[in-house]
Design a protein around this ligand. Sequence first.
Ligand SMILES: NC(=O)c1ccc[n+]([C@@H]2O[C@H](COP(=O)([O-])OP(=O)(O)OC[C@H]3O[C@@H](n4cnc5c(N)ncnc54)[C@H](O)[C@@H]3O)[C@@H](O)[C@H]2O)c1
Length: 387
Amino acid sequence: MKTVNVAIIGHKFMGKAHSNAWANINKFFDAPLKPVLKVACGRDEKGTREFADTWGWQDVETDWRKVVERKDVDIIDISTPTDLHAEIAVAAAQAGKQIFCEKPVAVSYAQARQMYEAAEKAGVVHYLNHNYRRVPAISYAKKLIEEGKLGRIYHWRGAYLQDWIMDPGFPLTWHLQKKHAGAGPHFDLGSHSVDLARYLVGDIAEVTAMTSRFIEKRPLPGAGAGTFSAGAAGKESGEVTVEDAAFMVARFEKGALGSFETSRFAGGRKNFNTFEIYGSKGSIAFNLERLNELQYLSLEDDGDQQGFRTIMVTNATHPYVGAWWPPGHIIGYEHEFHHAVLDFLKAVDGKGKVEPNLLDGMREMQVLEAALQSAETGRAVKVSDVK
Ligand SMILES: NC(=O)c1ccc[n+]([C@@H]2O[C@H](COP(=O)([O-])OP(=O)(O)OC[C@H]3O[C@@H](n4cnc5c(N)ncnc54)[C@H](O)[C@@H]3O)[C@@H](O)[C@H]2O)c1
């Protein structure tokens, strides 16, 4: 079987989720290439070595530039904090590597554009990891929409809510610093919601938004602090420079109206990525915390017994799930990453395209930045006005 050499930069939350998919993809799917886990890169050698040993990465590096320059690496997997994505992606493209990049694509629209242009100039395959597109229930929702089951779409109602930083003692990790994250939940969670809205409903023309910060200062992070992990809090404190919640309303290019709520201060909501889509012929609703299920209502069927039905999206005929378990034997969060890796490998093998990619990243950053401008000025902002 043809192999392809992968290097991963960043080895914590996403590092683990991606490694699992690179390592196991060929066990479940008939992928055209077999990934070889060549190099893992992180800042501390000991932690990176432990990670590499656990997941089967052959080598360890502490300098990402050396990784990008290696002749024996074909794919660069970017799983670092967001501010590093652009520099790594541009260098990877210039070195002719295929790019598998975490979201949000970058800390600004300008960076996202640079990344897209560099990847296109180099002619490399580029993928942006909005893994939720490949939750089978969401891929299936796309199919229903394409079949016209919802008719003309009137509304998108999205909410992506978490609560992991509500404790004021939670440290000032990179997620809470504008220079590293670009923005707060609006970028982190909102990028996923905007990607799903663009995927299922279409492009967004205009937005209005409000943001709020509830906690101004937090202890500096100590050892072990990261995504969802407080680690050991430091003694000194620093300023939070991103919003804690953002609400955005949007007009889609085809006329639908949308609302997007993002917050990390929604007590009890752990990874509550939900959306509802209302159309002239039907509606759908999805909640990631019950990811095997899709709620569907047909306005044309069922007479006065009409109501939302729950479709268990676990049949072999549904997208991706046939490769896993028999119907009803449900799948979870980690499976989405396999689906992403599968489609990415197909594109790498066939020198084709995969979506979402850095072009989608650029477009969604334009929407997200337009919303930040709106929050600052109190006015609606046209997405195309963000340059
Ligand atoms: N697709 C998703 O649903 C999803 C979920 C969580 C995070 N993310 C995204 O993935 C990216 C990483 O997030 P995470 O949660 O894994 O963060 P994390 O804090 O858990 O891990 C970040 C990793 O990057 C490494 N790193 C930082 N600076 C580095 C450098 N200069 N050189 C090499 N390695 C460096 C750190 O050592 C660490 O291993 C972010 O862009 C985030 O938005 C995506």
